[in-house]
Design a protein around this ligand. Structure first.
Ligand code: SAT
Ligand code: MN
Length: 667
């Protein structure tokens, strides 16, 4: 069995620590055993030292390493991970400084059922659930009960024999007034390397903290006492728990090393903790991509868009428009922090500095810019590997033009290491459906020039969307802000493999604002907060739209007997046609007509020039509003609101639902 400790033989840091490690308790003047000189310890603010000391004592690692974020440190960690077989270096000439990680097969996605927000009163975290219904918009536990669980059952000795890494990081550009600082303690070097991509991490943050004595979000992460199947991927899936304490800006995550469970800056800080801060401070922390859209005349607008995990946010954010003269540039693909500035303009920053995107389906056709970006400095997780003449590359479903899985000279190992064969008997896909790339945003050739602007970019439109095979048209616009908030509240989408729970569901689930797994406080209060934006003096409210690229119909396959569900809309670069219509609407162009559910494109106003395979009949189907389906839709929405929000629901949202029902009845 491989030891999980820092490998001294490859450590280039001196162990100059003068303190003798004799007991598990550190007094307030003690420094934990360091892998570095104690100068690094003195780089921490006093508050940070105290936090680290306490958690060091609790988790009992053998030593502490304070991350400076340098290339040298990163290389050393990567080397260590390769030696430990957590990651493998890609040696194929297509890749430069890229790695593949394979997780334990039980640690492959977010675990919503084991994710908690802990407050004094349950009503702060979840709206009152109707008797007999179970809460679907978040899990609550009291602070006391969770503290007891973590301090007595989970974290004691959880880092035994390992190194604890302290990662100082900034969500948003270091020093920007919109940014937030965190310190993540973790016993996973894979997490350190990933956090270095996804956040601004290291010395610059320490310097900033010292200079401004800034507060920080406390983030503790441990892989746990390993119960997993692999020495290379310790984890404790049965006992995983991810806890948030908004009242003391603290996150504790035990037992999982993957994705949003372990990269605590992402969903835990930038959405759950940030949404509670945002409510207090009057801004919005949202699960949204941000893109810049330039028309052929050179005018530019910015759009933010909320879709649930694994519904194409990354593809939309990096789209290559199919319509001539239009340009998309990417600010972010997952999270937007937005606030109205003193001129009443809604400004957004992307708090992250990397993309942690779903790999399968990414191809030269669907997202060429992204595919180019992931060729260097990228950590892939749970994609399949290829071996050609002893050189390691990668494969996922969608990459068939690059790698032909039928080619006998290419040996493919599926995500879990099993030899892959592309025949129908092979159990499941080669790459795990929630396999990811983790790549620096700066490598994207269409990264927006303003993506790191500390002021943020001005948002003209907000889109909501999801995967809906029926009922929901390609695009519609809300009548106004209040109606738009209702549209966000009513979102439903087919579940995806981004969460463990999602992979088992085949019907649309309610995912309001695409925030279902990420609310830091109760949904009812969240709606009040969104509505309150309208009342800020002098604000220019962006228009709100709903889009659905995923409407299908059953068609007979031309060469086969069986019927297949086919998408009505080609998607990807063709979605620029919808963005063009949105752009025109933000200019108040007269291209919309009223319908029962909102404003839809006037006949002929959606640009379908050149889309020859799209028949008039199909266009009609893309915008069809079947009365019975919409009656069912509003029934589901009402049931959801009654079950999950109850008395917390703003009256205006009930009024919106009543009005929608009446308009549908009159259809
Ligand atoms: O695993 S993550 O939560 O980071 C990805 C996602 O679900 O969007
Ligand atoms: Mn996401």
């Amino acid at each position: 069995m491989l030891r999980l400790c820092w490998p001294r033989q490859i450590s280039r840091f001196s162990l100059a620590n003068p303190f003798v490690w004799s007991s598990r308790t550190l007094s307030s003047s003690n420094v934990p055993p360091l892998t570095q000189t104690s100068a690094q310890w003195n780089n921490l603010t006093e508050a940070a030292q105290e936090y680290v000391r306490n958690k060091f004592t609790l988790c009992g690692p053998k030593e502490l390493h304070i991350c400076d974020g340098s290339a040298r440190e990163n290389e050393m960690l990567l080397d260590y991970l390769v030696k430990r077989r957590t990651i493998e270096k890609l040696t194929h000439s297509n890749f430069e400084n890229c790695y593949l990680a394979r997780t334990d097969p039980h640690d492959i996605a977010r675990v919503e059922g084991k994710t908690f927000v802990c407050t004094k009163n349950k009503s702060d975290t979840v709206s009152p659930v109707k008797f007999g219904a179970s809460a679907s918009l978040g899990n609550w536990m009291s602070e006391e009960s969770m503290d007891f669980l973590l301090e007595h059952k989970r974290f004691p000795s959880s880092m035994d024999g390992r190194t604890m890494y302290a990662i100082p990081f900034s969500m948003g550009p270091v020093g920007s007034p919109l940014s937030k600082i965190g310190i993540q303690l973790t016993d996973s070097p894979y997490v350190v390397c990933s956090m270095r991509i996804m956040t601004r991490m290291g010395q610059a943050v320490l310097d900033h903290m010292k200079k401004s004595n800034s507060d920080f979000v406390k983030c503790l992460h441990s892989l746990g006492r390993s119960q997993g199947m692999l020495d290379s991927w310790p984890c404790d899936p049965d006992n995983t728990v991810i806890a948030h304490f908004p009242n003391r800006n603290e996150i504790c995550s035990y037992g999982s090393g993957y994705g949003g469970n372990s990269l605590l800056g992402k969903k835990c800080l930038a959405l759950r903790i940030a949404s509670t801060l945002a409510r207090k401070e009057g801004w919005l922390a949202e699960h949204m991509l941000i893109l810049g859209l330039t028309n052929p005349q050179g005018r530019k607008k910015y759009i933010a868009a909320a879709f649930p995990s694994a519904c194409g946010k990354t593809n939309l954010a990096m789209m290559r428009p199919s319509i001539p003269g239009w340009k998309v540039e990417c600010v972010g693909d997952d999270i937007a922090w937005m606030r109205f500035d003193s001129n009443g303009v809604l400004r957004a920053i992307n708090p992250e500095s990397g993309f942690f995107g779903v790999a399968p389906g990414t191809s030269m056709k669907t997202n060429p810019y992204c595919l180019n970006a992931v060729r260097k400095n990228t950590i892939f997780t749970n994609v399949a590997s290829t071996n050609v003449d002893g050189l390691t590359g990668i494969f996922w479903e969608g990459l068939e033009d690059e790698v032909n899985p039928e080619d006998e000279n290419i040996r493919i190992a599926a995500w879990n290491g099993i030899r892959y064969s592309p025949n129908s008997d092979f159990p499941g896909p080669a790459a795990h459906k929630n396999s990811r790339f983790c790549t620096p945003a700066s490598q994207l050739e269409i990264i927006d020039p303003a993506w790191e602007d500390p002021e943020g970019v001005p948002i003209d439109a907000i889109l909501f969307g999801g995967r809906r095979p029926s009922t929901i048209p390609l695009v519609y616009e809300s009548f106004d802000w209040t109606h738009g908030v209702f549209v966000g509240a009513s979102m439903r989408s087919m579940a995806t493999a981004a969460s463990i729970e999602g992979s088992a569901t085949t019907r649309p689930v309610h995912d309001p604002f695409a925030m279902k797994p990420f609310f830091g406080y109760s949904f009812g209060k969240y709606l009040h907060h969104w509505l309150s934006m309208r009342d800020k003096p002098g604000v220019k409210l962006p228009k709100i739209f709903h889009v659905n690229w995923f409407r299908t119909e059953r068609r007979r396959h031309p060469h086969a007997e069986e019927m297949k569900e086919v998408f009505l809309w080609p998607g990807f670069g063709e979605n620029s046609r919808v963005l063009e219509w949105v752009f025109k609407r933000t200019d108040n162009e007269d291209v919309a007509r009223s319908s029962a559910i909102g404003l839809m494109p006037k006949h002929g106003s959606l640009n379908v020039k050149g889309l020859d395979e799209l028949t008039a009949d199909t266009i009609e189907k893309l915008f069809m509003l079947p009365k019975s389906e919409w009656q069912l839709e509003t029934e589901k929405i009402r049931e959801f609101f009654l079950n999950q929000v109850g008395d917390d629901m703003p009256q205006e949202i009930w009024d919106q639902l009543d009005a929608l029902e009446q308009r549908i009845e009159a259809m």
